[in-house]
Design a protein around this ligand. Structure first.
Ligand SMILES: Nc1ncnc2c1ncn2[C@@H]1O[C@H](COP(=O)(O)OP(=O)(O)O)[C@@H](O)[C@H]1O
Ligand SMILES: [Mg+2]
Length: 368
């Protein structure tokens, strides 16, 4: 079976960096053959997070700055691995979400992809979400399309990604693939660490702070009563919904250095509990495994919390690394696949996850 080389770029809502995955795609297969994560310098990360408050001239500048940066990083990635541009069938770039509000009916991803097309001379596909929203969908989550392809034929599994926010997809033989955002992801913990460290630290590395603190279960139970957790899918979140305002509202008294470890322990448990709640409410019968991807899989305390909460239901929690997939490579790999489909004019959304009226070809194609 003939396969093609495809490249995918993801800059997630955590704004931690650009993840690039090189894949071999076949009719029914997708294999990640190379992966790199290029962290953003602190000031760029801060600007990305603040982008939703920007005025047009500043936002326009950031749009082009990211596009130029990503084109340079694609060059670095390909040169470093001896990958010739000619060998790439297509490049998919998700872009940087600045704002996502399906409730208000709009979303915005930036990072001008023309620079990648100009650098490589290859077709680039970008801006995937709007076509799904124009068809009545939430424009998110888009990863279930990949999950259906990779896991649709096996025993039922839950695919939990923990990026800036958390999202899950359920797939397997006899399961109609569907998914939704589960609640907070890393952004909530990241925001707390950034505030508590006066901007010096970006995240709770290895879950070190959370491990040293004590979680407050009563607070976690209270937080799980928020309306978002009662809403039925399809549902998707903006990064901002579980970030600074949320912390100020619920943790005003403990948002200080003295309580930092306990606060991180509580936020970590809350994040895990929102995943377990989504699983208990919506996992199809017979689902016995939760496979975790995204940066959250690199936080051992979060992994242990999810495992402890799901153990009574007989569910095993595993990192996708155990399947040979780097936790940060799944999303860029997905956008490589979505781009490849778009270039062939084939549908690449998962309407049962986004709520769109039907299958659509998502993405805008730039061809030189
Ligand atoms: N070693 C680690 N320990 C704990 N958390 C980590 C580690 N590495 C990454 N992370 C978390 O993962 C986040 C990035 O996850 P990612 O899946 O790239 O999210 P996004 O898709 O939103 O960019 C970081 O902001 C951080 O919170
Ligand atoms: Mg990221």
């Amino acid at each position: 079976m003939k396969t093609e080389k495809i490249l995918g770029l993801m800059s997630g809502t955590s704004a931690d960096g650009l993840s690039i995955a090189l894949c071999e795609a076949g009719e029914k297969t997708l294999k990640v053959t190379g992966f790199s994560n290029f962290p953003y310098p602190g000031p760029l990360r801060a600007r990305i997070i603040a982008a939703k408050e920007m005025k047009a001239p500043e936002l326009s500048a950031l749009n082009f700055e990211l596009g130029r940066l990503w084109a340079r990083l694609v060059r670095k990635f390909c040169r470093g691995r001896g990958v010739s541009y000619k060998s790439l069938a297509v490049i998919g770039s998700h872009g940087q979400t600045v704002f996502h509000s399906p409730g208000r009916g709009h979303t915005l991803q930036i990072g001008e992809a023309s620079f990648i097309a100009e650098e490589t001379g290859r077709p680039v596909v970008c801006d995937f979400r709007p076509a799904d929203m124009a068809a009545g969908g939430e424009g998110a989550p888009l990863i279930p399309f990949l999950d259906g392809r990779l896991f649709g034929g096996g025993s039922p599994v839950a695919l939990q990604n923990i990026g800036g926010v958390g999202n899950v997809a359920f797939a397997g033989k006899g399961v109609k693939t569907f998914g939704f955002d589960t609640g907070p992801g890393n952004s909530l913990m990241d925001t707390a660490v950034s505030v508590l460290s006066g901007g010096k630290l970006a995240y709770d590395k290895g879950g070190g702070w959370a491990a040293a603190g004590e979680a407050d279960m009563r607070t976690v139970e209270k937080l799980l009563c928020a309306p978002f957790f009662r809403r039925r899918p399809p549902k998707s979140l903006d990064r901002g919904e579980f970030a600074l305002d949320f912390l100020r509202k619920h943790f005003a008294g403990t948002l200080n250095r003295r309580c930092s470890r306990d606060l991180l322990a509580t936020l970590n448990l809350f994040t895990a509990a929102s995943v377990a709640l989504a699983f208990r409410n919506y996992a199809p019968r017979g689902t016995r495994e939760l496979i975790v991807s995204g940066g959250g899989a690199l936080n051992p305390v979060l992994m242990d919390n999810m495992a402890a909460l799901l153990l009574p239901s007989g569910v095993a929690v595993r990192s996708c690394a155990e399947l040979g997939l780097h936790p940060l490579s799944k999303e860029p790999a997905c956008f490589a696949l979505l781009a490849w489909m778009a270039l062939k004019g084939r549908p690449n959304n998962c309407p049962s996850a986004t709520g769109a009226r039907g299958p659509r070809v998502l993405g805008k194609i730039i061809k030189n």
